[in-house]
Each structure stands twice: as structure tokens, then as C-alpha cells.
Design a protein around this ligand. Structure first.
Ligand code: ADP
Length: 210
């Protein structure tokens, strides 16, 4: 990953922390990749959450305690499909799992933000749970990728996800209305990727006029 821009000649504008959210399959990762191409540093909350659930993580024993030993594979790591089957059938367990994992994700985000403090970097956090977890309050701007549920489902199936799994994951997330009401910017991704790219370019010029 490129290091922070600092030193003589650095732009005096402060770091900008942008939260990028939307339902699964809405196109967050696609928009995040486009922002990275324009120069943003992208943090992937899902990747941090996966790290937090590794057997080497201090939270691992609590996760197994919550979900039971059947979710551990023979190699000692979590069976992600088994975890999904348990938590998407039991909202209380999903919330409890999130409560274990979220503080670890939050700490990783803060660690990355500290790296870029004092630079003019635009740091984008790609997170499906930005708003339910309250991380939006920490952001300078909240960007929501909006896409109809039908199109999200179609794209997830095209990506190879099983329909039951896709529907369960979609149902566990807040509605578009809920998250859109918190948005400073909305990217409409019901169209083509080229149309999304145009909107991302427009967003970038607003975020980074420096
Ligand atoms: P998310 O990160 O929100 O789950 P992704 O960015 O991974 O969503 O997008 C879901 C799938 O849809 C991916 O396979 C992606 O390539 C595809 N996709 C995203 N935006 C578009 C678009 N505008 N047109 C067609 N396919 C798209």
C-alpha cells in the first residue's frame, strides 16, 4: 500500500474520511475500486472482519463459544458457510457476533486513520454496516451506493452466490431508505458500470477539489 503523502510541498488540506456503504451486491466494492484508481486509500471493513475471526484473533475463543464448535473446520479456522447458516437464521446471534467483531474492526480503522492523519489523503471505508455500527458519525462524508434489491440479487447470483445465502444476507442489512437518509452523496448503481464511473468521477471532484 502506498505510504501517506507528507513533507515539503504536501497539500495543506486535511485528511478526509469517507464512509462508503450500501447493501450487499449494490456495487460498493466496485465504487471503492474506482475511487482507489482516482487516488483514494480504501479500507475494506469486511476484510478487517475476516481478520478478526481468524483463529489467531483474540476474539476467536469467544466466537466459538457463541456459535458452538461445529463452526470450526478441521484446520482450526471458522467454516464461514456454517457461520452464515447459524447467524442468518438467528438475528440475536448475528448481533452478538457483530458485537464481538466490530470493536476489532473499529480499532483497525482507527489504526489506519492514524497513519494518514496530517496528510491530504482521502481515506474511504467500504463497509456494509457503516450506519448500523455508528461509524458514519466518525466520517467527514457518507456515500451510499443505491441499487434496487432485484438488481442486487441478480448481480450476486451472477457472482456465484447461492440464492438462499444472498437473500438471507440482504434481509439482515438495513433498507436502502434507512441508509439513504443518512447519505451526503448517493451513487445510483442501477445502470452500467460506465455510468457508475461517471458518478464516481463527479464525487471525486467534489471530495478532492485540492
Ligand atoms: P458489494 O461490494 O456492494 O457487495 P460489488 O461491487 O461486489 O458489490 O458488486 C456486486 C457484483 O455486481 C460484482 O460482481 C460486480 O462486478 C457487479 N457490478 C457492480 N456494479 C455493476 C454495474 N453497474 N453493472 C453490472 N455489474 C455490476
Amino acid at each position: 500500500m502506498a505510504g501517506p503523502r507528507q513533507g515539503p510541498g504536501a497539500d495543506p488540506a486535511p485528511m478526509l474520511f469517507v464512509g462508503l456503504t450500501g447493501g450487499i451486491g449494490s456495487g460498493k466494492s466496485t465504487a471503492a475500486r474506482m475511487l482507489a484508481e482516482l487516488g483514494a486509500v480504501v479500507l475494506d471493513a469486511d476484510a478487517f472482519a475476516r481478520e478478526a475471526a481468524l483463529s489467531s484473533s483474540p476474539r476467536f475463543a469467544e466466537i466459538v463459544g457463541l456459535l458452538g464448535p461445529d463452526i470450526v473446520r478441521p484446520d482450526g479456522e471458522l467454516d464461514r458457510a456454517a457461520v452464515a447458516a447459524v447467524v442468518f437464521a438467528d438475528p440475536a446471534k448475528l448481533r452478538a457476533l457483530e458485537a464481538l467483531i466490530h470493536p476489532v474492526v473499529e480499532a483497525r480503522v482507527e489504526q489506519e486513520l492514524a497513519r494518514y492523519a496530517g496528510t491530504d489523503t482521502v481515506v474511504v471505508l467500504d463497509s456494509p454496516l457503516l450506519i448500523p455500527m455508528g461509524t458514519d458519525a466518525r466520517c467527514d462524508a457518507v456515500v451510499v451506493v443505491a441499487c434496487s434489491p432485484e438488481r442486487r440479487l441478480a448481480r450476486l447470483l451472477e457472482r456465484g452466490m447461492a440464492e438462499d445465502d444472498a437473500r438471507a444476507r440482504m434481509a439482515a442489512q438495513p433498507s436502502l431508505e434507512t441508509i439513504a437518509s443518512r447519505a451526503d452523496h448517493i451513487l445510483d448503481n442501477d445502470g452500467t458500470e460506465a455510468e457508475l464511473r461517471d458518478q464516481v468521477r463527479g464525487l471525486w471532484t467534489e471530495l478532492k477539489p485540492r
